[in-house]
Each structure stands twice: as structure tokens, then as C-alpha cells.
Design a protein around this ligand. Structure first.
Ligand SMILES: [Zn+2]
Length: 180
């Protein structure tokens, strides 16, 4: 489990060593258990997406400790290149909250968001992101770009990476192995 972002540095008082590490390991807590539970739901959406022939990525948005919106990728089904799981749940959450800003929410997604989805998170002012596997082929959190922590942007996102990372990565690997 890795944590990155501004809030980590701000909360460094409790564990001073974290302030000197860009990617610090964090001790398991109740909050982390919740993160695992929510990611498990995102994984189920990812598996359902795979069953529908989509790339197995699942996402959900939590607000007030409840799941507000949940979806897998729908790009192929919807003939929509923007229908990544994150975009779908951002749209649905905004509709349900009646607000284009998603204050107080956490976005969970099984794979590190791409630049489009990271950009949408900034537009929506989503304050927290928890994701599973890193994406070395396009991840815009830290693997290829660092959109969410860019110092030109005012909005900063608290980031938790590596939540059920091996399960999230295995689902993708199995999907692509079966298509080869
Ligand atoms: Zn995306």
C-alpha cells in the first residue's frame, strides 16, 4: 500500500519519517480495510466488464461512506472512447449530487487513471483517489505523467495506490492473455 500526495506530507506529524519519502508505506488501519472492501467492489465491476468483452477496469465513487456510482469500462459497448469506468462514475455521481464539483468523494479504480480520467478528476475537484495496479503504459498519476500532483495546479488530490494491486493486475493480465 502506497500513499502519495499533499495530504500525506501534511499529516507527517504522526510519522515524521513519511515526510522524507515520496512513496511511503503505511501501516494497515480501519480506513485501509475499508479501502480494500471498496476496491473489491470495483474488482467485481472489472470482472463484469471483462465478461462483456471490455477491458477489465472497474471504478466507483464513495460519498459519505456509501457507494454513489459504480461501473466498469464501457468503451466498446458504447462506441465511446471516453467511456472509461472513471468517467462514467464521475458523470453519474455529479448527476446524483446535483453538482459538477464532487467535494467529499473518493474515487476507487482498479488501474492507475489515464490522463483523460486524471484530468476529469481535477475538473470535478475529487479530493481522494484510491487505485489498484500501476499502469506503466499510460498511468497519469505517477507511472507516465503526474497530472494529479502537478505543481501548476491548485487542486491537489490525496492518493492511495496499490490497493489490491495484484488482484487488479491479474485480472488485466488474464484478459489480455486470453485474447492473444
Ligand atoms: Zn481513463
Amino acid at each position: 500500500m502506497l500513499r502519495i500526495g499533499m495530504r500525506l506530507r501534511a499529516s507527517g506529524n504522526r510519522c515524521p519519517v513519511l515526510t522524507s519519502l515520496p512513496y511511503a508505506h503505511v501501516i494497515l488501519s480501519r480506513r485501509v480495510e475499508n479501502e480494500t472492501q471498496f476496491m473489491q467492489l470495483a474488482l467485481e465491476e472489472a470482472a463484469a466488464a471483462a465478461a462483456a468483452g471490455e477491458v477489465p477496469i472497474g471504478a466507483l465513487i464513495v460519498y459519505d461512506s456509501k457507494v454513489l456510482a459504480i461501473s466498469g469500462n464501457r468503451t466498446i459497448r458504447d462506441c465511446d472512447p471516453t467511456a472509461h469506468a472513471e468517467i462514467i462514475v464521475i458523470r453519474e455521481a455529479a448527476r446524483l449530487l446535483g453538482n459538477y464539483r464532487l467535494a467529499g468523494t473518493t474515487l476507487y479504480v482498479t488501474l492507475e487513471p489515464c490522463s483523460m480520467c486524471a484530468g476529469a478528476m481535477i475538473q470535478a475537484r475529487i479530493p481522494r483517489l484510491a487505485y489498484g495496479a500501476d499502469d506503466p503504459k499510460g498511468g497519469a498519476v505517477r507511472s507516465c505523467f503526474e497530472v494529479l500532483t502537478h505543481d501548476k495546479l491548485n487542486h491537489q488530490v490525496e492518493i492511495v495506490s496499490g490497493v489490491l494491486a495484484s488482484e487488479c493486475a491479474s485480472l488485466l493480465q488474464a484478459f489480455f492473455a486470453a485474447r492473444r
